[in-house]
Write a protein that binds this ligand. Structure first.
Ligand SMILES: [Zn+2]
Length: 294
């Protein structure tokens, strides 16, 4: 079974009207990206995964998601309800995560509503995009509730091209301190903390419940090769989970990109990333690791 742990809630239920369509050049070095997509676009673009984790991101009132993340949900969208509605339409295929803005006074209540009423099964946070200090006490209260409820948290990690998003809030070394404070909390560190994959590797190596996803890496082939070699040498390949970051990439493109990892060293004496370990990432039962298989 192929599990994609990192996908974004589609912006539109039906086909995207031409006026709503966006095309952005900032996300990938190799091609522009369309962050707007329909439910059907999502279901096609996340194949061949048979299960996908899907989420949006919550912002304080008055802050719009297009400015902060480039993904234009219609103004006034309740992102957790939108995710829950999509998941409820495809329960065999999708697992939804909620999102909260930790500095919002009702954030803990929204977690409870998301888990109990909306049947969402984890939490997505982007400390840089949401502009909150990941080591602040409101943020710590979010992790405490997540640990208590036994729901995993996926953090955006590493850089982003969004000008208003403070990069230091998403540095992977911050996760070490969170994991020390909440040792039972399952965490996914997105994008292996790019471009600080080495820092991500040392953090997932020491904490049993910390994992990293490989989304958004393949289109920088030299850094992909380097970080997977490093992960193999530090013996953390088993902590890497498949993620696509759809709609930034499709799941199939991601799988193809991972399988091509050793192509750039052909004809050199550089050591390959072991192919069976690449297949291990693609086939990993991430839901069991995260406690989401029940
Ligand atoms: Zn993402």
């Amino acid at each position: 079974m192929i599990v994609d742990v990192h996908t974004h809630t589609p912006t539109h239920r039906e086909a995207v009207p031409p006026n709503d369509l966006r095309v952005q050049a900032m996300w990938r070095p190799d091609r522009p990206v369309t962050p707007t997509c329909s439910w059907a676009d999502y279901l096609a673009g996340t194949r061949p995964a048979s299960r996908s984790i899907v989420f949006g991101m919550a912002f304080p009132p008055g802050v719009d998601s297009e400015t902060m993340t480039g993904i234009p949900y219609p103004p006034g969208t309740d992102i957790n309800e939108l995710t829950a509605e999509f998941v409820a339409a495809h329960p065999d295929r999708l697992i939804g995560f909620l999102s909260v803005y930790p500095d919002h006074p009702l954030a803990l209540r929204e977690i409870d509503r998301g888990v109990r009423e909306l049947r969402l099964r984890g939490i997505k946070l982007g400390p840089n995009y949401q502009n909150f200090d990941p080591l602040s006490s409101p943020a710590m209260a979010i992790y405490a509730r997540a640990e208590e409820l036994g729901v995993p948290v996926l953090f955006h990690q590493g850089t982003s091209p969004v000008r208003t998003a403070p990069i230091r809030y998403a540095h992977p070394l911050v996760m070490d301190e969170i994991a020390i404070a909440f040792p039972r909390l399952p965490v996914i560190m997105a994008h292996m903390g790019h471009p600080w994959q080495a820092d991500c590797i040392v953090v997932i190596r020491k904490h049993p419940h910390l994992y990293a996803d490989v989304s958004g890496l393949f289109y920088r082939p030299w850094s992909l090769y380097n970080c997977l070699r490093l992960a193999a040498e530090w013996n953390v390949m088993s902590k890497l989970l498949l993620g696509s970051d759809f709609p930034i990439t499709t799941c199939q493109e991601t799988i193809d990109g991972l399988r091509r990892v050793n192509r750039i060293i052909e004809g050199t004496a550089l050591p390959p990333v072991p192919e069976e370990q690449i297949e291990g990432i693609i086939e990993r039962d991430s839901l069991a690791l995260l406690g989401l298989d029940r």
